[in-house]
Design a protein. Structure first.
Length: 319
């Protein structure tokens, strides 16, 4: 199974993928030059899965991934992976901090170390690269003096760790997703799942509230909401929503069916098990809300059986 990941070797994305590799039979990780390239390889059939970063607890969404998820042909998330991230500053052997004129990183790396960079490398020009390991490779090639990246990248590129633990916020966690082509099967419900969708709607008062209401009245706990430009014209958006539950469950299934009637476009982006941080040190998201009375799976089954019985009652013959 070919798995395109955000490369080159030494990215956090590769670490995230390797943390679950034992669960993936015959996995063959293949580095891609960018998040977009990984999703393109999946869509083109050059990979069976793509592993890409989707959000961080510090910097929020990874826009290229959000945009890539709603392109065609459709793709679905089949697994999420949470990875605690720790940043180092890597340089060519012999480079001192006073020699660093240029420093490179992924935008999320820069965002999570901005204060450290301002304090310790105030004069350095900061450049963006498609990944943190691409920054390390650029240091090895002599294109820049330093990279903000995973300390493990040092051994891939023959670099030294000039400083470690340079992140501004402790306990930062990044969420990665494994993505498959739509139609290749859904993970079975585990009882602790997440469902992701993207929706567009008309621009009128209450349109977004109406979408949210379909989840609220069914007791579905939303865990994330983001918007991204639809790119059709200014002022039109995709709303990305994550909620606790699986499409196979009545509450989530009925909420999605209601959105299908209500939204101008609706993309199902997957139902997959909710992940926890491997070392358990940081809660991945606020605790799931307690079940709302009348909204459990048993309540839905009971209500459906009641309705079936009503409809099956014999015709009284009265016209
Ligand atoms: O560039 C990487 O190594 C990635 O995996 C993306 C990323 C960048 C910064 C923080 C977390 C993930």
């Amino acid at each position: 199974m070919r798995i395109a990941f955000l490369g080159p070797h030494g990215t956090f994305c590769e670490q995230a993928l390797r943390s679950v590799i034992d669960d993936l039979p015959d996995a063959a990780p293949e580095p891609a030059a960018s998040t977009t390239a990984a999703l393109d390889a999946l869509r083109a059939g050059e990979a069976d899965l793509a592993c890409v970063p989707i959000e961080s607890s510090v910097e929020g969404a990874v826009p290229a991934t959000m945009d890539g998820l709603v392109e065609s042909p459709p793709v679905v998330v089949v697994r999420e992976i949470l990875l605690p991230v720790r940043f180092g500053v890597l340089v060519r052997p012999g480079t001192a901090i006073a020699d660093v004129r240029t420093v490179a990183s992924h935008p999320h790396g820069e965002a999570q170390t901005r204060r450290w960079l301002a304090a310790h490398l105030p004069g350095a020009e900061v450049r963006m690269t498609p990944s943190t390991a691409a920054a390390a490779a650029a240091v090895a090639d002599g294109q820049v003096d330093a990279a903000v990246c995973a300390p493990v990248a040092a051994r891939y590129y023959g670099l030294d760790v000039l400083a470690d633990g340079v992140h501004d916020t402790g306990d930062a966690v990044t969420r990665f997703v494994l993505v498959a082509r739509a139609g290749s099967g859904l993970p079975a419900p585990t009882g602790a799942d997440r469902t992701s969708i993207a929706a567009t709607t008309v621009n009128e008062p209450g349109a977004l509230l109406a979408i949210l209401t379909e989840f609220a009245i069914r007791g579905v706990d939303l865990t994330r909401i983001e918007s991204r430009p639809s790119k059709a014209r200014l002022g039109t958006y995709w709303f990305f929503l994550d909620g606790a539950g699986h499409v196979a469950e009545a509450a989530m299934g009925e909420a999605l069916a209601a959105l299908h009637r209500r939204c101008t476009d609706l993309r199902f982006l997957g139902s997959y098990p909710r992940a926890t941080v491997p070392d358990g040190s940081t809660a991945p998201s606020p605790p799931v809300a307690p079940p709302v009375p009348g909204q459990s799976a048993a309540d839905y089954d009971d209500a459906a059986a009641w309705l079936r019985a009503l409809r099956a009652a014999p015709d009284p013959g009265v016209r």
